[in-house]
Ligand binder design. Structure first.
Ligand code: SF4
Length: 375
């Protein structure tokens, strides 16, 4: 949108509404003040709430646009790999070079030898995967990977557990939680919803306890969390299952929710208690694997199960490994056995596409009942 009055006068400042295209999961509003074709400053959403406020990375976009290090034209490597020697070439040369390489591969090996790995850099936010796929289809097709390296674990687990990828709740609903667990999730860097940081900050101001489980002392852990539990990378599943062990053996599960809304609890219980494979998934067992102390696992399990409604938000990162979907499934199951799904302040951990649930669960100043009534 261009300020009409300003549009009449090139020398005056225009305000152009746009969005931040860092691929962090947010779509925050940026208002670029432009004078004589140059961005002079960037503001964000300052309209009525709920605002889509940009973080400092988005507000600093001007530095990125005018950075000395920004690539402004195609460069061709002329030295050895890693030597850092490049020459400037025209767009026409660059496009011809890439096109001839693609056609050369097609001619020599066939279309299946062209592998398209989508979603890198800003591609997801700026163009999506469709234009590249369409272009490659024009020459007869290409090979695509099965699944998505980024979120396949969470997506698979959400479909397996809930039968939908529309999980989670609107971010403002976090204010209804008694406890928020950020598991392998660093929203200060990857917000996955423009309102996330704001509502987490408000939750903290409200005194809602926030715990971060993460191998790294992330920005989110530093700024938002009351407690940080470091864990050996790739071992999250063991800790989540050991928490289920505590909840089940101490009879802290929400039995009415389990009976009314779930299937397979008895089989899961057999697995957790070790009746199935002879290995009880005790906190001591998990300590060996995760390096998180037995007592910490017990405490977190008790706190999560008894602080209802509690939001366990398991990020995608820990699932980016072999069998990573089991981590996501273990988190989803914890939400289910504690009955923290479908209630305000709870959270169905999973793929985190909260768009649908945003329509049905809460909005600022207007609390609505979740789709599942409190039992
Ligand atoms: S949260 Fe993400 S989308 Fe929003 S301003 Fe920051 S980097 Fe950009």
């Amino acid at each position: 949108m261009i300020n009409n009055k300003a549009e009449m006068d090139e020398d005056s400042e225009k305000i152009i509404n746009t969005g931040c295209c860092h691929d962090c999961g947010g779509r925050c509003v940026l208002k670029a003040h432009v004078k004589n074709g140059k961005i002079t400053r960037i503001e964000t959403d300052n309209e009525k709430e709920p605002q889509l406020r940009a973080c400092s990375r988005g507000r600093a976009y001007r530095q990125r646009v005018y950075s000395e290090e920004r690539l402004k034209y195609p460069l061709r490597r002329v030295g050895e790999r890693g030597e850092g020697k490049f020459e400037r070439i025209s767009w026409e040369d660059a496009l011809n070079h890439v096109a001839s390489k693609i056609l050369g591969i097609k001619k020599k090996y066939g279309n299946s030898a062209i592998l398209f790995v989508p979603g890198g850099g800003n591609q997801g936010m700026l163009h999506g995967v469709t234009p590249v796929g369409l272009m490659l289809n024009q020459i007869g097709g290409y090979t695509r990977m099965w699944g998505i390296p980024s979120y396949e674990g969470a997506l698979f687990a959400s479909m397996a557990t809930y039968g939908t990828m529309m999980t989670g709740s609107a971010r403002d609903d976090l204010l209804n939680s008694n406890l928020i667990i950020m598991w392998g999730w660093n929203p200060a860097n990857t917000v996955w919803d423009p309102g996330t940081s704001l509502w987490l900050a408000r939750a903290r101001e409200k005194g809602i306890k926030i715990i971060a489980v993460d191998p790294i002392f992330t920005d989110s852990a530093a700024v938002l969390a009351n407690d940080w539990i470091p864990i050996r990378p790739g071992t999250d599943t063991a800790m989540l299952i050991a928490m289920a062990y505590v909840i089940i053996t101490e009879n802290l599960q929400d039995q009415r929710f389990i009976e009314k809304y779930t299937v397979g609890y008895d089989a899961y219980k057999d697995y957790v208690l070790g009746s199935e494979d002879g290995q009880p998934k005790t906190p001591r067992w998990a300590e060996e694997i995760t390096t998180v102390s037995e007592q910490t696992i017990i405490d977190l399990a008790r706190e999560y199960a008894t602080s209802k409604p509690a939001a366990l938000i398991a990020g995608w990162g820990p699932a980016r490994a072999a069998f990573g979907e089991q981590y996501s499934r273990a988190a989803n199951v914890l939400c289910a056995i504690t009955g923290n799904i479908g209630i305000n302040g709870g959270y169905a951990s999973g793929f985190m596409r909260a768009y649908s649930s945003r329509e049905s669960i809460g909005s600022t100043g207007k609390k609505k009942e979740g789709p599942i009534k409190q039992l």
